[in-house]
Design a protein around this ligand. Structure first.
Ligand code: NAD
Length: 500
């Protein structure tokens, strides 16, 4: 991939980019049945990139029908695993081959630095799909330990039609976390990208077809949450919804399921990650650097962002100084400039939401130590500077609610028990981190923190091999790792009587 391109080279490629902007249903790009479109906006400039088909219930119906037909035909669901593997690997190869274009689409569409989309999002998405492709013909089913009068085979079968509804912060990567295991296990899919960032999902649909995924197996319907998203949630012929997004919308999917066909639902929702730094952290510079990146990476639009910096009182001031020194170098800039480390906030609404939280923090008496404002307004983009609050009480709104922007709340503690108590004092449980050189304290903290992942002496580490997902209102079900395949399969027992 071309991470080494200059700003001018990226700009020149961006100017000659063409956009796929329709739904992809049953192997073909099509307009929304209604003919409606919505504006796809570059958040770094406020300009309209293209008009995208606004799919709604009629389009979801068409896509689900195509997915069901393909599933029943067995062109994918019954394909020999070794063959499915090759096709998914080719799909991953094609994503990599078109990496420069996809990275540009991602950056123009949602504002993240090109440096990140080209080195993290696109290669990470390809790697995810390849990993599930590689895994799929290495998984065996089971024979139960029955008595000699029976053979009980326990098989995993695809659930059928999977509806995937994903957010805008890592548009392709969040989709890939669903596509990889759902397709590897033989399902058909309807993917609805977020309305803020539909372009990469739409583009990869034809790459999937080029790789050999049969018509109807992988459909993409762009559109709004309340229309297209809800239609997936309420569809009587969708067997499973896999969702990543806010807890608020996650709860809607539970309701939709209960009010329709009781489809299974898995939810990857928000977080309010505690990043706990104890006075005996092995390396305070490393901890502070990780704390800064942990909240300012991807403009803070990260579900597991380390938005609560929980620091032992005796070292708080030095940690804050160190975090601010790192953050000083992260001024938001043109997302197409390969030197930019922080880009634009995804849209005006989200920017205003984040600025509203900053005002709330000031209003509640937290001490603003850094940032706090909108910047780079000259081109009409939506940029917010890295923002740090000190003297935050964990009861404050900025410590309790997910801001999903570059805003760090610093909270102090006196001993490890208090740190854990504050860390767990949240409705969320997606991730947590603890920094200490004391192995006993680290183990105790890792056990006590109620989160799907606990990092010790690091932050946001992990790869496709380990599961990702939350406790509490961060949702249930796991993405990544072999465990993700459970969500997309049904267990079936075949009990064969071999008695006399
Ligand atoms: P969101 O919940 O607003 O939207 C997510 C998706 O749901 C979008 O595709 C949207 O169109 C759709 N949607 C919105 N309203 C809907 C409705 N009424 N019915 C059906 N579908 C609807 O979230 P967002 O703003 O796109 O993304 C940010 C959120 O995603 C944050 O809360 C973040 O923590 C979460 N997130 C979680 C993870 C994770 O793995 N746990 C990863 C990334 C993001």
């Amino acid at each position: 991939m071309s991470a080494a391109l200059s700003l001018d080279a990226w700009k020149s490629q961006a100017s000659s980019l063409s956009y796929r902007n329709q739904a992809f249903i049953d192997g073909k790009y099509v307009d929304a049945a209604s003919g409606e479109t919505f504006d796809c906006i570059n958040p770094a400039t406020g300009e309209v990139l293209t008009k995208v088909a606004a799919g709604d219930k009629a389009d979801i119906d068409r896509a689900v029908k195509a997915a069901r037909t393909a599933f029943e035909k067995g062109s994918w669901s019954q394909m020999a695993p070794a063959k499915r593997k090759k096709i998914l690997q080719k799909f991953a190869d094609l994503i990599e081959k078109h990496g420069t274009e996809l990275a540009l689409l991602e950056t123009l569409d949602m504002g993240k630095p090109i440096r990140d989309s080209s080195s993290i999002d696109i290669p990470g998405s390809a790697n995810c799909i390849r990993w599930y492709g590689e895994a799929l013909d290495k998984i065996y089913d089971e024979i139960a330990p029955t008595g000699p009068e029976a053979v009980a085979m326990i098989r995993r079968e695809p659930v059928g039609v999977v509806g995937a509804v994903v957010p805008w912060n890592f548009p392709l990567m969040m989709a890939a976390w669903k596509i990889g295991p759902a397709l590897a296990t033989g399902n058909s899919m309807v993917l609805k990208p977020a309305e803020q960032s539909p372009l990469t999902a739409i583009r990869i649909a034809e790459l999937a077809a080029e790789a050999g995924i049969p018509d109807g197996v992988f459909n993409v319907v762009p559109g709004f949450g309340e229309t297209a998203g809800q239609a997936i949630g309420r569809h009587m012929d969708v067997d499973c919804v896999t969702f990543t997004g806010s807890a608020e919308v996650g709860k809607y999917f539970l309701k939709y399921s209960g009010e329709s066909n009781m489809k299974r639902v898995s939810l990857e929702c928000g977080g309010k990650t505690p990043n706990i730094i104890m006075a005996d952290a092995p390396d305070l510079d490393a901890a502070a650097t990780a704390a800064a990146w942990g909240i300012f990476f991807n403009q803070g639009e990260v579900c597991n962002a380390g938005s609560r910096l929980i620091v032992e009182e005796s070292i708080k001031d030095q940690v804050i100084e160190k975090v601010m020194a790192v953050a000083e170098k992260l001024r938001p800039g043109d997302p197409l400039d390969p030197k930019t480390r922080m880009g634009a906030i995804v849209d005006k609404t989200q920017m205003e939401r984040v600025l509203g939280y900053i005002e709330a923090g000031k209003g509640e008496g937290a001490k603003l130590r850094m940032g706090g404002g909108r910047v780079n307004t000259d081109k009409g983009g939506f940029f917010i500077e890295p923002t740090l609050f000190d003297e935050v009480d964990n009861k404050m709104k900025i410590a309790q609610e997910e801001i999903f922007g570059p805003v760090l709340s610093t909270i102090s503690f006196k001993d490890a028990d208090e740190a854990i108590r504050i860390g767990n004092d949240t409705i969320y449980g997606l991730a947590a981190a603890v920094w200490t050189r004391d192995i006993t304290k680290a183990h105790k903290a890792a056990r006590a923190l109620r989160a799907g992942v606990v990092w010790v002496n690091c932050f946001d580490a992990g790869d496709i091999t380990s599961p990702f997902g939350g406790f509490k209102q961060s949702g249930f079900g796991r993405d990544k790792s072999l465990h993700a395949m459970d969500k997309y399969t049904e267990l079936k027992t075949t009990w064969i009587n071999v008695g006399a």
